[in-house]
Write a protein of this length. Structure first.
Ligand SMILES: [Zn+2]
Length: 357
């Protein structure tokens, strides 16, 4: 691949798999710590930077528990949720992402976080209030930065079934405010997709789509992918990093037109793969699988969508036409309306056309 990173940054891009709590930058975290009542030992922005560097050095488990613990502690009020969502759109703007589907799990933001001795807020927020707070920030960001976003409401799969059902109901009630899908995220090794089948069944007769993390980590990757498709009726799969190795799975996702939200940089960062070639994006593209490239937790892991595409391109020898195809796939697999998808595709075609990179 002979495209530079700055050329990729300038290209219009789409991100379909991006967690709100995985993308706060240091300035924002510092600002929120300052105005919060959490007991964080660091005093300066440099202390905060070092704190995250140390966490990363201690390994991914520490980063997940401590890092996300700190971040979610800062996202326990309506005001902060709106701010974080607004700043997320600024992050998209900086990386020239023209459309993104942002996901988050309201169960971690009810005002009851106990990480870092966060003092409980007077009022526990319900799921709809939490969702509306995030939507308010996204909508304001859309206006200010000229970027379209949509929201996916996740169930963090360690939640009890009843909690999952309540989240699904809240997501359905918020379709009219801009929620487009129900998602299933976090630890698939200990909490397989069938645990939340009932919650997903509630969406079957609604306009909500379904995006399910499956085939990311654990020993049941194949099984979780099949269950997510056949029982939870996934419209898209998050990660599904093994799919290129199974021709029957390739056939299944093609037959049902299921989008694959590949997140190679995240898989590398967590250590789930040793090389980006293991995902075999080239083969998936050749076989016309609706695969796209996404960032997952860019702020937390320390990269951008541009970095993700650039590093994949370099290691897996992805050429310019293949990058274009990945972006068109993202538009096609998005949860936008037909005319909105067409507008995105036109924009991509127009920008990429004539570029002799
Ligand atoms: Zn994810």
């Amino acid at each position: 691949m002979n495209i530079t990173k700055s050329e990729i940054r300038k290209l219009p891009k789409i991100d379909l798999h991006r967690h709100l709590d995985g993308d706060l930058n240091l300035d924002l975290i510092y600002k929120l710590i300052k105005k919060s009542n959490i007991k964080f030992t660091g005093k300066t922005k440099k202390d905060l930077k070092n704190y995250f560097i140390n966490l990363k050095n201690k390994g991914v488990v520490n980063l997940f528990q401590e890092g996300f613990g700190l971040i979610t502690s800062l996202m326990q009020t309506s005001e902060n949720l709106t701010t974080v969502a607004y700043e997320e759109v600024r992050n998209l703007y900086k990386d020239n992402i023209i459309y993104a589907e942002i996901q988050f799990a309201p169960q971690y933001h009810t005002g009851e976080s106990t990480y870092y001795n966060h003092e409980k807020t007077d009022k526990k927020m319900d799921y709809e209030e939490i969702i509306k707070s995030v939507l308010a920030g996204l909508k304001k960001g859309e206006k200010d930065f000229g970027i379209k976003t949509n929201l996916i409401i996740d169930i963090g799969r360690e939640a009890k079934q009843e909690v999952g059902i309540e989240i699904a109901k809240a997501a359905i009630n918020c379709i009219k405010y801009g929620v487009v899908a129900l998602g299933l995220a976090t630890n698939e090794a200990d909490f397989p997709p069938e645990l939340h089948k009932q919650a997903f069944q509630l969406t079957f007769d609604t306009e909500l789509k379904r995006s399910i993390h499956a085939g990311e980590f654990g020993k049941q990757l194949y099984k979780n992918i099949v269950t997510s498709i056949n029982e939870l009726k996934a419209d898209r799969l998050g990660h599904a990093r093994i799919i290129a190795h199974y021709n029957d799975l390739i056939q299944l996702v093609k037959e049902k037109i299921i989008g694959i939200e590949s997140c190679p940089e995240s898989n590398m960062f967590i250590g789930l793969i040793k090389s980006r070639n293991e995902i075999n994006i080239k083969k998936l593209l050749k076989q016309d699988v609706l695969v796209s490239i996404n960032s997952d937790d860019p702020g937390m892991f320390g990269y951008t969508l541009t970095d993700t595409i650039y590093r994949l391109g370099k290691e897996s020898k992805i050429n310019f036409n293949e990058i274009k195809k990945l972006e068109i796939n993202a538009a096609l697999a998005s949860f936008l309306r037909h005319n909105e998808k067409q507008a995105l595709i036109e924009k991509i075609n127009k920008t990429y056309k004539g570029l002799s990179l």
